[in-house]
Design a protein around this ligand. Structure first.
Ligand code: COA
Ligand code: MG
Length: 295
């Protein structure tokens, strides 16, 4: 469990130009928010969006949640100014869209270093292009170098569908191999990884099912577009009562003096190894973090 462990079960996008949504944010129970300067902001409102983000951070209404700013691509016409504005705001992280290669992350990191940005300012990367999928292992490897700032992958499923022409079915069957690959790459690099959004925010049942699948695939949480999605995401990505009870049982069993030197023991007729003890550590850390957040 990394010492910087943070809950990222529910990560809500908020368009920077939506004043009402920004004002609502401090009262919402999401673990994190991504204030968006990119796709949810029309080209003619990019400048205004930057000003609104500055105002938001100046007001200091982050409500104790991790707050991330998604900028436009540095290769495009708005990216440089977005990065400058974001650095001044001092969010927890900056989310880079349309990352294709490790170079895209390193360029953003170099620019932040040149601006004397604090080392605590992290980078998150959208995985949403065919090139990113092909370069994923090399991009994820940057997670092993703390000076590269990379901390989290975010699946951009809408863009992946658009770029590849894959059929977007309700069960996401054609997108899932890429999602699984993202989880694998993220773990190889020691990164967190968040599932993409569900566009149909009125269908709570489908959303809860999708969260369950994301959790089963190994994602740390889900990106959201609407407040109605926060409760279900928090619930699904929190350890269940059964998981907590099992974790405690394993921890207690290995703590017994008679099991001190043993690598594998039996609990309820099942083999349990010390690697399971490590897993329980993660479950219990999530429980502690959830309690700390108060929900
Ligand atoms: N963050 C914070 N508050 C939000 C919100 C969000 N993403 N989406 C909606 N709300 C607020 C609304 O302002 C409204 O507040 P109120 O109760 O004070 O009036 C309330 O939640 C209910 O909203 P609702 O009327 O159901 O939806 P809407 O029509 O206002 O907005 C969307 C629907 C899809 C336009 C909006 O949810 C949205 O812009 N989502 C984010 C889109 C985005 O960022 N996309 C890029 C990443 S994929
Ligand atoms: Mg996108």
């Amino acid at each position: 469990m990394p010492s910087s462990f943070r809950l990222r079960r529910s990560v809500l996008y908020v368009p920077a130009t939506n004043e009402k949504a920004l004002a609502k944010l401090s009262s919402l129970d999401c673990d994190a928010a991504i204030i968006d300067l990119e796709d949810s902001v029309a080209p003619e409102r990019k400048k205004e969006a930057r000003e609104r983000v500055r105002d938001f951070f100046r007001r200091g209404e982050r409500g104790g949640k991790e707050t991330v700013i998604r900028i436009n691509a540095l290769s495009g016409e708005w990216g440089d100014e977005d990065l400058l504005a974001a650095r001044v705001c001092r969010p927890d992280a900056i989310l880079l869209p349309k990352v294709d290669t490790p170079r895209d992350v390193l360029d953003a990191n170099d620019a932040l270093d040149e601006m004397d940005a604090a080392a605590s300012l992290k980078l998150w990367a959208m995985v949403e292009t065919p090139k990113a999928m092909l370069n994923l292992g090399a991009i994820a490897e940057l997670g092993r170098d703390p000076s590269a700032r990379l901390e989290c992958f975010v699946a951009g499923t809408n863009d992946l569908v658009k770029e590849t022409g894959v059929l977007a079915t309700a069960d996401r069957r054609y997108v899932m191999p890429w999602l699984m690959h993202m989880v694998l790459a993220a773990r190889a690099g020691g990164l967190d990884v968040l599932d993409g959004v569900s566009n149909d925010f009125r269908d709570a049942e489908a959303f809860t099912r999708e969260c369950g699948e994301a959790r089963a695939m190994g994602f740390d949480g889900k990106t959201l577009i609407h407040p109605a999605q926060i409760g279900p995401a928090n619930a699904v990505f929190s350890p269940s009562e059964t998981e907590i009870a099992e974790a405690k049982e394993i921890a207690e069993a290995f703590a017994k003096p008679e099991n001190a030197g043993r690598g594998a023991i039996t609990i309820n007729g099942r083999m349990v190894e010390r690697l399971h003890l490590e897993q329980t550590g993660r479950v219990l850390a999530r429980v502690a973090a959830t309690k700390e957040r108060g929900r």
